[in-house]
Design a protein around this ligand. Structure first.
Ligand code: BGC
Length: 366
């Protein structure tokens, strides 16, 4: 618990301040015609391509980008990929933004490994590409990446699981747990999982944690499309098989949508005591569950802050300056200049404090 309380001090701080940008190269290999140093018109078109509406953060981001880009004097074009053919849809939307002359294209990738052609097209047309929340992989044509530190998110989730288990089951020395991870087409999913395993693996190795199903491989724990029905189905199967004669004490859930599905499954299976379940995103539907103790933790990644930071990057580029970055992230081809914001772990104990800057969320802690 102590670690969790300490972590709240890190409150959604934009780490850029005071830290110098690591890269003076915007990733486009010195092509003068596409150098951000030239800037562009203040009322230029800025495209935003978002993946889907599977989590509240994505739903919020659309409106925030619409308003924020308008307030900044840009012409905004905000698009979501359609549910049925999301990858092709997003590819098409980005191409259209390029054709329409967007100067910056901000992309929350549906599948970060399948946008190479489109971002290269963007570069050829002189547009600057910002990967938003999810990294775009295996291409040189990504200039910046802005996100909450995904590895840290995973570490906070892993630590929360350990803290929650110790607090809820003071008499136990070993705990039965299960692991869930996100969608395999999301570059964030393995990073969250690796961060969590960084904390949990030593406790699995020393026998404190027992993954009763034996499913510790990311391929076994993945949740296709981040869809709650997929997590619920897997948890139902575990409850009906592995947990017929055992109880599950804890579940690593990578986000809130999946946490709620997992909790529903355990309840449906009739287990008397709910396990410690982690989460992410501070979704409105999960905060009351955290206050009532059904879900143990979530992560606060203030979408308002992330959108604002992405728009500020566009404003800096518009002036012909280089945005501040805090680190670099290897996308398989290049090291992408990256600006990470700090995620905050939230439990019942610090929720009111953590959401003090966000009246909508704070109200849910009452
Ligand atoms: C985001 C998470 C979100 C998940 C599912 C990830 O890429 O970082 O915040 O829960 O996608 O939408």
């Amino acid at each position: 618990m102590k670690k969790i309380l300490l972590a709240t001090g890190a409150f959604v701080a934009v780490a850029a301040l005071g830290l110098t940008g690591c890269s003076s190269d915007n990733g486009r290999g010195g092509d003068a015609s596409t150098d951000s140093g030239s800037g562009f018109d203040a009322n230029s078109l800025i495209g935003v391509a978002l993946p889907d509406k599977t989590s509240e953060n994505w739903v919020l981001a659309g409106g925030l980008f619409e308003d924020g880009l308008k307030d900044a004097g840009f012409e905004g074009d905000v698009q979501y990929a359609g549910a049925s053919n999301a990858v092709a849809d997003q590819q098409q939307q980005i191409s259209t933004m390029v054709t329409n002359g967007a100067k910056v294209i901000i992309i929350g990738a549906k599948d970060g490994a399948q946008l190479g052609t489109q971002v290269e097209q963007a570069h050829d047309a002189g547009a600057i590409v910002i990967a938003y929340d999810r990294l775009i992989q295996n291409t040189d044509a990504v200039d910046y990446y802005v996100a909450f530190d995904n590895f840290k998110v995973g570490q906070l989730q892993g630590q929360a699981l350990l803290d929650g288990l110790a607090a809820k089951f003071p008499d136990k020395t070993t705990y039965n747990i299960e692991l869930f991870s996100g969608s395999s087409d999301d570059a964030n999913a393995p990073v969250f999982f690796q961060g969590a395993m960084d904390v949990l693996q030593p406790k699995i190795d020393d026998g404190t944690l027992k993954v009763v199903s034996g499913q510790t491989d990311i391929a076994q724990t993945a949740t296709d499309g981040w869809k709650p029905e997929n997590a619920q189905r897997r948890m139902d199967t575990l409850m009906q098989g592995t947990y017929q004669s055992e109880t599950v004490d804890g579940v690593l859930s990578p986000n809130d949508t999946l946490a709620r599905a997992i909790i529903t499954s355990v309840k449906d299976a009739g287990q008397a005591e709910l396990p410690i379940v982690t989460g992410q995103d501070s979704e409105a539907a999960s905060i009351p569950l955290i206050m009532s103790g059904e879900q143990y933790s979530t992560i606060y990644k203030d979408t308002r802050e992330l959108v604002k930071t992405a728009i500020e990057m566009a404003q800096t580029l518009q002036k012909g300056d280089k945005p501040d970055t805090t680190t670099e992230t290897d996308n398989g081809n290049v090291k992408v200049p990256t600006l990470y914001l700090d995620p905050v772990i939230v439990t019942k104990e610090n929720a009111a404090e953590a959401y003090a800057n966000n009246p909508d969320l704070e109200a849910l802690t009452k």
